[in-house]
Design a protein around this ligand. Structure first.
Ligand code: 1GP
Length: 249
């Protein structure tokens, strides 16, 4: 529970936590990037991706872990993505989809490996939200995202996740999404459930990240933009760590 408590402590003190997503398929300067991110305001590194063409996830994790000064968390797309070179794994169940493989089957395959490695699991309800185009995660998981305007459906999915004992609800627009998760949806779910919300996918600017936090997100995940322009790390950190700052009118 160490990493879970670390994250909880962060959003309780800073308003929200800032996670950078490293996709092994999109990253060739991983050591330089992770060093920069972890010393300039990123609170934890997530590693994962839904296409994963790289054949050695474990070696990649080892490289990330060797340079990171913050916790490293696996963000798996299948049971293939487990490694002892991590502090924790988001134990994701894709509850917005009706594909048993991502609801429970991959989890059963991964469980004995996770136990042998002594890896911390963070049970997380994963909800795909429609974002203007077909994303890799929707395509690869053979599931249909929740329509952007169907806020009630998203609320009930999130509540079911809470009742199933999930520690977090992850609202996912998909990596490189055209539109990020609507703030009205975040607000409504935040009022409706009592577990913290993670938001990611298609967040391109610090302002957009800030608006997600103001809407109630407790963890923000930034992938593509930071992998392309790591120098934006500090700006995103300032926009996400809102406590003590005056909010916009
Ligand atoms: C994907 O939420 C993450 O799971 C990050 O998305 O790459 O669009 O920032 P981006």
């Amino acid at each position: 529970m160490k990493t879970y408590f670390y994250l909880t402590h962060l959003f309780n003190t800073l308003g929200a936590a800032f996670l950078a997503l490293i996709d092994p398929d999109k990253c060739d300067k991983v050591e330089t990037q992770v060093k920069y991110m972890s010393t300039n305001g990123v609170d934890a590194i997530l590693v994962g991706g839904s296409t994963i063409g790289s054949d050695n996830f474990n070696d990649f994790m080892k490289r990330v872990k060797s340079v990171s000064t913050v916790p490293v968390i696996i963000f798996p797309s299948s049971a293939m993505q487990v490694s002892a070179h991590a502090d924790a794994i988001l134990f994701l169940s894709l509850i917005s989809g009706n594909n048993p493989q991502y609801l429970i089957s991959e989890h059963i395959r991964a469980s004995p490996m996770i136990k042998n490695m002594g890896l911390e699991t963070i049970p997380t309800g994963y909800l795909l939200i429609e974002s203007g185009n077909i994303t890799s995660v929707a395509f690869m998981s053979h599931t249909m995202p929740i329509p952007r305007d169907k806020i009630d459906i998203a609320k009930y999915n999130a509540l079911a996740g809470e009742y199933l004992g999930m520690k977090f609800i992850y609202l996912e627009a998909g990596s490189g999404a055209k539109h990020s998760v609507p703030t009205e949806m975040i607000k409504a779910i935040n009022k409706y459930i009592s577990i913290p919300i993670i938001v990611g996918g298609g967040i391109r600017t610090p302002d957009d990240a800030h608006s997600k936090v103001e809407a109630g997100a407790k963890i923000i995940v930034i992938g593509n933009v930071l992998q392309k322009k790591v120098e934006l790390t500090k700006e995103f950190a300032n926009a996400i760590h809102i406590v003590g700052k005056v909010s916009k009118p």
